[in-house]
Design a protein around this ligand. Structure first.
Ligand SMILES: CC(C)(COP(=O)(O)OP(=O)(O)OC[C@H]1O[C@@H](n2cnc3c(N)ncnc32)[C@H](O)[C@@H]1OP(=O)(O)O)[C@@H](O)C(=O)NCCC(=O)NCCS
Length: 311
């Protein structure tokens, strides 16, 4: 937890992008879903003052009862506008972010960068958008579709046949890959792909660490980038997005089980604050040698500081 607060509406893309950028700076903010738990009147007044704005400027018109309530009437005073926000919190524009560096309505979402004292850990990719933050790359991240199975099977086949990150030795078929996508998405676990134009260049997913019920809040990540697109920031972008998606899903721990103690994977996970959690020697026999498995782990969201019911 940090001293950053976001008044968040999960249904709003700008709000989701802002939250993802905060998390991409390595910060887990206090998330207030203000439609469920609206700020008090005193708090709204204080936020408006600290933003140096007016109640009218904070009012949201789109998809709200703004017109119906006649809030465009310039004769209405600040008190009346705040009354309307109290009665209909959807009228409060979003997302408002409070940090020790200031308070802002973060529209566009990049406005949040002024409120963060640490840099973005990976090229930030807005939902349904191109890579931002001045990175020369045209990769977009989106949820997987069943039609991605062939491209995913192709990327994975290379790592099965030529790498040690996975201990599979025979590349799974496209049909088996489709089944895997179906299985993971049916559980509502995150499965994301990175695309350059029409080409799928990497993918990642998080699955429950082990099946038994008490593991419900611990996940394991898997990330694979096309060998032709390695070392261009795609792994970082995928892992940043996966951390956000897995946190939103309610997972509290993420574990990387790194076959062959692959240096690229260890470096990637270290860059995101994963810590070494153990090394199991000689767990796999691949490419003519015994291979160690390295475990790395990071807490997600509130981690173990609250019970899962608090999510
Ligand atoms: C690990 C993997 C996902 C990284 O993807 P990528 O897109 O090439 O990685 P990025 O370009 O985003 O690099 C991120 C960081 O990872 C590390 N890294 C990536 N490739 C590396 C390599 N070959 N050697 C050492 N470090 C490497 C670096 O720290 C790098 O940061 P830097 O470029 O600023 O130094 C990719 O190499 C891969 O698919 N490997 C096989 C499967 C695997 O190991 N998956 C992870 C375990 S589930």
């Amino acid at each position: 937890m940090s001293d950053i607060v976001i008044y968040h509406n999960p249904a709003c893309g700008t709000s989701r992008n802002t939250l993802a950028m905060i998390r991409n700076a390595g910060i887990e903010p206090h998330v207030v879903e203000y439609l469920k738990t609206p700020p008090s009147r005193q708090m709204i007044i204080s936020l408006i003052e600290r933003m140096g704005t007016t109640p009218r400027a904070l009012l949201r018109e789109k998809d709200t009862p703004f017109a119906q309530l006649g809030l465009g009437n310039p004769l209405l005073g600040n008190d009346q506008l705040i009354d309307a926000m109290m009665e209909h919190p959807i009228l409060i524009n979003r997302p408002i972010v409070v940090s020790p560096l200031g308070v802002k309505l973060c529209r566009p979402s990049e406005a949040v960068l002024d409120l963060l004292d640490s840099p973005q850990r990976a090229p930030f990719i807005k939902e349904d958008d191109q890579v931002g933050a001045g990175v020369a790359m045209t990769v977009a991240i989106r949820p997987v579709a069943l039609e991605d199975a062939a491209a995913i099977a192709g990327i994975y086949a290379h790592h099965v046949l030529h790498g040690t990150a996975t201990y599979e030795t025979v590349p799974p078929s496209v049909a088996a890959t489709r089944e895997k996508i179906e299985h993971i998405t049916a559980k509502d676990w995150p499965f994301l792909v990175a695309c350059e134009g029409e080409a799928l260049v990497g993918y990642c997913y998080a699955t429950q660490f082990r099946d038994r019920p008490a593991y419900a809040y611990s996940c394991e990540d898997s990330i694979y980038v096309s060998v032709d697109h390695a070392r261009r920031g795609i792994g970082r972008a995928l892992l940043a997005a996966l951390l956000t998606a897995a946190t939103d899903q309610g997972f509290r721990q993420m574990v990387a089980v790194i076959g062959g103690a692959e240096p690229a994977s260890i470096a990637l996970h270290s860059a995101f604050g994963f810590e070494h959690a153990g090394r199991l020697p000689a767990m796999g026999w691949k490419a003519g040698r015994w291979r160690d498995s390295v475990y790395m782990q990071t807490a997600l969201g509130a981690g173990s500081s609250t019970s899962p019911a608090a999510h």
